[in-house]
Design a protein around this ligand. Structure first.
Ligand code: GDP
Ligand code: IMO
Ligand code: MG
Length: 418
C-alpha cells in the first residue's frame, strides 16, 4: 500500500501521532514539503518527541525515513534533531534516513529576512520565522543552495559568496542591518555539510531500483496553509496538498492507494488570517487548556474554534481524501453543547459555493449534545458515548468519507479503529 496523509485544516491536526501509528504497515515514510516550520508530536511511554524535519516514523524499528526534494532543510535544526534522537537511543544512520540532493538549504540570512520582512509588513502573516518563505523564494529565483551544492566545498563557497553579496546589500540598504561575514558562515556551515553528506541519497534511483512499495507520505502544515489553495496571503510557501506528494519526493513512479485526511474534532490556527469559527473568551481558553493548544514549533498559543465542516469538505475534495482520521475527540469530553459549522453566510446571505476569501464569513452552526463520559479509554467505536458516536457519524455523512481511525488522547495507544 502507498498512502498519502495530509492535514485538512490549518496544521497541527495530530498528523505526527497518526503517522507513527500507521507506519507499522508501511516501510518508507516520506516528507515532501515544508521544513522546520512543522512540529509533529509523538508521545511514547510518557516521552514526547517533536519532529520538525525527520519523518515521524523514525521511532519504529526497520522503517526508512526520507526527506524529499520539496523540503527545505535548516542544517542546524536537522543535526540537532538527529543528535537529540540518538541521545534518546533512537537508531539513526544513512541506512534509515535518506535526504534528497535537491533539498534547498536554509541559511541564517533566510531566518533573518523572514523576521525583518514580517516586522515591516503592515498586514502580518505570523510566520514561524524559520526562514521557510525566503528559502523557497531563492529556490524559484534559482539562486538557492541545494544539499548537493552544500556538500561540495567549491560549489558551496561560490554560491554562498554570490548569495551574501546580494543579501548583505539588501540587509544593509533596506533594513539597516549589519552584514554577514562570508568567512565565518562558510567555516561554520562547511562543518555542518560534512555531517549531512552521508545522508544524501538519489531517492529516484534508490527506490526505483529497489522497487519497494509501502510508501507513507507525511504531509506537513494543513490544506488552508497551502500557497495556492489556502487563505492567501496567510499561508506557508509550499504546496501542502496531496497532489504535491509525488512531485515533492521525486517518487512519481509510485501508485497511490489511499489518501488520508486528518482533521481535529474542532479547529485551531496559529498565526494570522481568517478563521470563521474562531472563539474568543472562555470557550477558546477551554480548548487551549484542555487540548494543550500551543505551537509545537514556536510555543505560540493556538487560536481555537468549533469544527468547520464547510472548510474540511473543501479540503476533502481538494486532496481527494479516501479516508478520514478524526483526532482529539477527547478534548470535547464534558462539554454540554458542541457546535459544528455546516454553512457560511456572507453579508446576510447563505453561500451556495465555497468562497474565494474567508474574510467576513459568518458560520451557521448545527448544535450537538455533548457527553460526560471520558472517551480516552475507548478502544472500539462502540466504547464511545452515544453522543460522541453521533458526532463522528455526522462528520462522516457530511463529508462523504468514512473515518478509518479516531484518536482519543496524545499517547500512541489512545486510538480506535472505526
Ligand atoms: P501535527 O503538526 O499535525 O503533527 O500536530 P502537533 O503535534 O503540532 O499538535 C497536535 C497535538 O495534539 C500534540 O501535542 C499531540 O501530542 C496532541 N494529540 C494528538 N492526537 C491527540 C488526541 O487524540 N487527543 C489529545 N488530547 N491530544 C492529541
Ligand atoms: P505542522 O506540520 C501550524 C503557519 C504559521 C504561519 C504560516 C506561515 O506542525 O502542522 P511559515 O513559517 O510557514 O512561513 O508560516 O503558516 N504554519 C503552521 N501552522 N502547523 C504547522 O505545521 C505550520 N507551519 C506553518 O504559523 O501562520
Ligand atoms: Mg504541528
Amino acid at each position: 500500500m502507498n498512502t498519502i496523509l495530509v492535514g485538512l485544516q490549518w496544521g497541527d491536526e495530530g498528523k505526527g501521532k497518526i503517522i507513527d501509528y500507521l507506519c507499522l504497515k508501511e516501510d518508507v515514510i516520506v516528507r515532501f514539503q515544508g521544513g522546520n516550520n512543522a512540529g509533529h508530536t509523538v508521545v511514547v511511554n510518557g516521552e514526547k518527541f517533536i519532529f520538525h524535519l525527520i519523518p515521524s516514523g523514525i521511532l519504529r524499528k526497520g522503517k526508512i525515513c526520507v526527506i524529499g526534494s520539496g523540503v527545505v532543510i535548516d542544517p542546524k535544526v536537522l543535526i540537532q534533531e538527529i543528535t537529540s534522537l540518538k541521545s534518546k537511543g533512537v537508531a539513526i544512520s544513512p541506512r534509515n534516513l535518506k535526504i534528497s540532493p535537491f533539498c534547498h538549504i536554509i541559511m541564517p540570512y533566510h531566518g533573518l529576512m523572514d523576521s525583518l520582512r514580517e516586522k515591516k509588513r503592515i498586514q502580518k502573516i505570523g510566520t514561524t520565522k524559520r526562514g521557510i518563505g525566503p528559502c523557497y523564494v531563492d529556490r524559484v529565483s534559482r539562486c538557492g543552495i541545494r544539499l548537493v551544492d552544500f556538500i561540495s566545498p567549491g560549489v558551496f563557497s561560490r554560491k554562498l559568496k554570490s548569495n551574501l553579496d546580494d543579501k548583505n546589500n539588501t540587509l544593509r540598504k533596506i533594513y539597516g542591518f549589519k552584514e554577514f561575514s562570508f568567512r565565518n558562515m562558510y567555516n561554520e556551515y562547511k562543518r555542518l555539510a560534512k555531517v549531512l553528506k552521508p545522508y544524501m541519497c538519489d531517492l529516484v534511483d534508490y527506490f526505483y531500483k529497489k522497487n519497494r512499495g509501502g510508501f507513507l507520505f507525511e504531509g506537513a502544515q494543513g490544506t488552508f496553509l497551502d500557497v495556492d489553495f489556502g487563505t492567501y496571503p496567510f499561508v506557508t510557501s509550499s504546496s501542502v496538498i496531496s497532489s504535491n506528494a509525488l512531485l515533492g519526493s521525486g517518487l512519481s513512479f509510485v501508485k497511490i492507494d489511499k489518501i488520508i485526511g486528518v482533521a481535529k474534532a474542532y479547529s485551531t490556527r496559529v498565526g494570522e488570517g481568517p478563521f470563521p469559527t474562531e472563539l474568543k473568551g472562555k470557550y477558546s481558553e477551554y480548548f487551549r487548556n484542555k487540548g494543550t493548544e500551543f505551537g509545537a514549533t514556536t510555543g505560540r498559543p493556538r487560536r481555537c474554534g468549533w469544527l468547520d465542516l464547510v472548510l474540511v469538505k473543501r479540503a476533502v475534495i481538494l486532496n481527494k481524501i479516501t479516508e478520514l482520521v478524526i483526532t482529539k475527540l477527547d478534548v470535547l469530553d464534558g462539554l454540554q453543547k458542541i457546535k459544528v459549522c455546516i454553512e457560511y453566510k456572507y453579508r446576510g446571505k447563505k453561500l451556495k459555493k465555497f468562497p474565494y476569501d474567508l474574510e467576513n464569513i459568518t458560520p451557521i452552526y448545527k448544535d450537538f449534545k455533548g457527553w460526560n463520559k471520558k472517551t480516552n479509554p475507548s478502544r472500539k467505536f462502540s466504547d464511545l458515548p452515544k453522543e460522541a458516536r453521533e458526532y463522528v457519524e455526522f462528520i462522516e455523512s457530511f463529508l462523504g468519507v468514512k473515518a478509518g481511525f479516531i484518536s482519543v488522547g496524545e499517547k500512541r495507544e489512545a486510538i480506535l479503529k472505526r
